[in-house]
Design a protein around this ligand. Sequence first.
Ligand code: NDP
Length: 419
Amino acid sequence: MARVLIIGCGGVASVAIHKCCQNDEVFKEIMIASRTVSKCDALKDKLQGKTKTKITTARVDADNVEELIALIRSYQPDAVLNLALPYQDLTIMDACLACKVSYVDTANYEAEDTDDPKWREVYEKRCKELGFSAYFDYSWQWAYMDRFREAGITGILGTGFDPGVTSVYTAYAQKHYFDEIHTIDILDCNGGDHGYPFATNFNPEINLREVSAPGSYWENGHWVEIPPMTIKREYDFDQVGMKDMYLLHHEEIEALAKNIPGVRRIRFFMTFGQSYLTHMKCLENVGMLSTTPVDFNGQQIVPIQFLKALLPDPATLGPRTVGKTNIGCIFTGVKDGRKRSIYIYNVCDHQECYREVGSQAISYTTGVPAMIGTMMLVNGLWSKPGVYTTDEFDPDPYMEALNKWGLPWQVRENPVLID
Ligand code: NDP
């Protein structure tokens, strides 16, 4: 039925591509295109013969719009799935616009060079006006709304787990369980252990930038920002147990605050062990998380990129990670005049993911929704010109697909709430 161009061939892409190949009735043809074509070829060799999906590969620099346009024109896909880094979102969207092809991604735009004066000017204005200082926000991609509409193409922004599934859970809760949602707490728990003293579960640069930044949450119509890791709670997660979790800024809060009428508070918590936090603080204190290049023996080095080269590649954590993830949302609000609270969540086992697709659960819980979001688009269920986050479509077919494709969810009434 569909022909899809997938850009990037890292941890998340590998899972999404495995899943497209399992779903070969929908994904008749895929092209895997990335900076390092040998990775694309290796994955193609692994999957070919086990699927009816026809796989081709190509090399592309996704920072280069002209190169992207040439590739899209030659392959003629029905959609482009961006699984490179958030740095490439805008160049890939520009190329999709030029070729009038729909676009899907899993993370919102983030500038690679945060010292670029042109970017900084917009960023600093936004920090003042909106009140949160994360390097990423939706404004850059929402700015494509009219151009995507006029071109008659759809952009699905952020179809990973969080953002992605968490926003679909919210739309589902809104549709089936509440007249009005008052609070949303998104809880991202990783109870997995990879045995390394320190490693990140997805791209280290993106991950460390996110968790070392100030936290923020939405309350009564505005953002409240706090120093990094200063709001801590404990929670007893189903099938994982008691974990410490910390409030972080997270991108779906921005979209949900705009799209869920009457919502009073939205927070995001992620679990971290003490050892992870101590390592991160130390790396930050010595300047290793900096994105500003330093001169070293006549060479310009970006500290966080050098650190990435030293840390284990997240794509290699699969065989050694044991334990489970539990990611979901607790909603409170009213239904038929009565107070109500529910918890919708998924539990995913690292080793089961590894046995199925050769990856740990963090890549799995992102790659499966990336495939599902793309399927919603190409089969026409989630197709409307413009750019939208996943809470802005009918959640039912997506929720059904989560059950079918490896991320079953459950709903608990009256969960323990977080103060
Ligand atoms: P990886 O670093 O493992 O993979 C990134 C891939 O993109 C690599 O194959 C890399 O190529 C390729 N790439 C990078 N720059 C370019 C470029 N200029 N041109 C072409 N290809 C390029 O990252 P992950 O798989 O861990 O993450 C992928 C995305 O998923 C990220 O945007 C991340 O933020 C997002 N994510 C979303 C989550 C969610 O729940 N919504 C959770 C986790 C991740 P090379 O091999 O040459 O380096």
